[in-house]
Structure formats: C-alpha cells, structure tokens
Design a protein around this ligand. Structure first.
Ligand SMILES: Nc1nc2c([nH]c(=O)n2[C@H]2C[C@H](O)[C@@H](COP(=O)(O)OP(=O)(O)OP(=O)(O)O)O2)c(=O)[nH]1
Length: 252
C-alpha cells in the first residue's frame, strides 16, 4: 500500500476552502464514493477494491487558523497486487499520485484564494477584562435584540485584524489590541447574500487599550462571566465559539 500526506494553507475562509476543494475534485480519473462529509470541516471518499482490487481512501480535514484554512489530506491506497511485484506497483502508483496532487494543490490554493475575494468575511472580538468578556446587543435588522461579539464586515483589501480594530473603534469608541485567534464559524448568509453558509466570522480575543466602551451602534453592552455565557440570547452562529471563550476566561 502507499500513504500520502499533504498540508496546504489556503488564504480563504473555511467554507470557500471546502467548496472549492469539492468543485475541483481530484487529479485522477477513478470515481470515488463519499462516505463522510461535514461541511465545512471534513470529508472522506473511498474507491474499491473493485474487480482490479485497486483501492484508495482520501480523507480531508479543514481547520481554521489565523492565516486562513489549513487543509490536511491523507491518501491511502494500493494496487491489490500481491508480493514484491505488488509492492513495486504500489510505490509507483503512490509516486504518480503524489506528483499529480502537488500540481493539483497549487492550483487549488490559487483558486480558493481568488474565490475568497468575492465572499463577505466578518470578524468579531471577544474583548476580555479580567474574567469577563464584552457582549453587545444588536439593534434592528434580522438579529434585533440578539447578542454578539463586537465586529463586522471586512472591507475589500483590508486585513482581518485591521477590520477588527476599526470596527471596535466605530462601534464602541475604543482602541483594542487583538490577541489570540479563537475560531471561525459559518454564518447564514443574511448579510453576505448567496447560499446559506457562504460567509464565515473569524473571532479573536482582545483587550481595550484606550477608552471605555460605549454602545454607538448597539442597543446595549454587557461584561459577562463564564457562567453567564450559556444563558445569553446569542446569534445562533456564535454558540460554537463559546467553549473557546470560556477557556479564554479561565486563563485570564
Ligand atoms: N459583529 C458580529 N456579527 C455577527 C456575529 N455573529 C453573527 O452571526 N454575525 C453576523 C451578523 C451580521 O449578519 C454580520 C455582521 O454584519 P454587520 O452588519 O454587523 O457588519 P458591519 O458592522 O460591517 O455592518 P454595516 O457596516 O454593513 O452596517 O455577521 C457576531 O458575533 N458579531
């Protein structure tokens, strides 16, 4: 058998990295059957062993990082031929696939980066003061009254962190210093348009380094402790981030 491992860093949100990977498929002709898929986090495809006993398993995991999406891929396979001849055939097949994959992944990273330019990206700040985090209540619109992390859409050509600092100044009248990357969650497309889950929100921890937060655009602001997080009426998309926020508060 052969085992191939690839890691690709894609400058694109999770949803774009996942969708482009699926659209491009694989650099070999044999059709695979999907046996697992959780958009935008992972998928597994398999083929064989058929009449020729050749088999292959292709597993991908998409992980949010501060720089973009890391795609970890495992391809395991074999020709199914026995003995030393089979070992040589496996090695040759593995090498061929490895070469094809490297070219394919370069093209994939470029395609995902280019597609990401057309997708609205949102950033959020979990601003911490001691063992409390700042939450903000939306005023108007589809999420009227729901609570969220301060933040908003990244402007074209703007970096995530520049957008985070700008949004906190506009919304709260403070200067913030971004900290750790906490995670990325798919949004429902209400703001970005397009299909549900096209956009994501990427959230960093942060702290206020100048000024006192004032609700310039929100209905209200609250500093809350870890034990209050679950009881808040969050925008639904934010809930998967709460374990990371709880962990953050336990460390501060
Ligand atoms: N800021 C923020 N937005 C969130 C969170 N969770 C969540 O689903 N969203 C959604 C709500 C909105 O649809 C979108 C952010 O858009 P926004 O309207 O707040 O962005 P913005 O401040 O740039 O808006 P605008 O300039 O167009 O008025 O992301 C969150 O925790 N914080």
């Amino acid at each position: 058998m052969f085992r191939l491992r690839f890691t690709t860093l894609v400058e694109a949100p999770l949803t774009v990295a996942f969708d482009v990977a699926r659209t491009l498929g694989r650099p070999w002709p044999a059709p695979l059957t999907e046996v697992e898929s959780e958009r935008p986090y992972c998928d597994v495809h398999v083929a064989g062993p058929g009449a020729g006993r050749r088999w292959v398993t292709h597993a991908r995991r998409f992980t949010a990082t501060p720089e973009g999406t890391r795609v970890d891929e495992r391809i395991d396979g074999g020709t199914g031929l026995p003995g030393p001849l089979g070992a040589v055939a496996d090695r040759l097949l593995g090498r061929r696939l490895e070469r094809a994959m490297r070219t394919h992944l370069d093209a994939y990273a470029a395609a995902a980066r280019s597609r990401a330019h057309g997708v609205v990206q949102v950033v959020g700040a979990a601003l911490v003061d001691g063992d409390r985090v700042l939450v903000a209540q939306r005023s108007g619109g589809p999420y009227d009254g729901c609570w969220e992390f301060p933040g908003g859409k990244v402007d074209p050509g703007e970096s995530d962190l520049a957008a985070l600092v700008r949004e906190c100044t506009e919304e709260l009248g403070v200067v913030v210093e971004p900290g750790d990357f906490l995670g990325e969650v798919p949004l429902d497309g209400v703001v970005a348009g397009g299909p549900r889950g096209a956009s994501t929100m990427r959230v960093w921890s942060g702290r206020v380094v100048s000024g006192e937060p004032v609700a310039h655009e929100h209905a209200a602001l609250r500093w809350v402790g870890a034990d209050e997080l679950d009881g808040i009426d969050w925008i639904a998309a934010d809930r998967p981030l709460l374990p990371a926020v709880r962990d953050l508060l336990s460390r501060s």
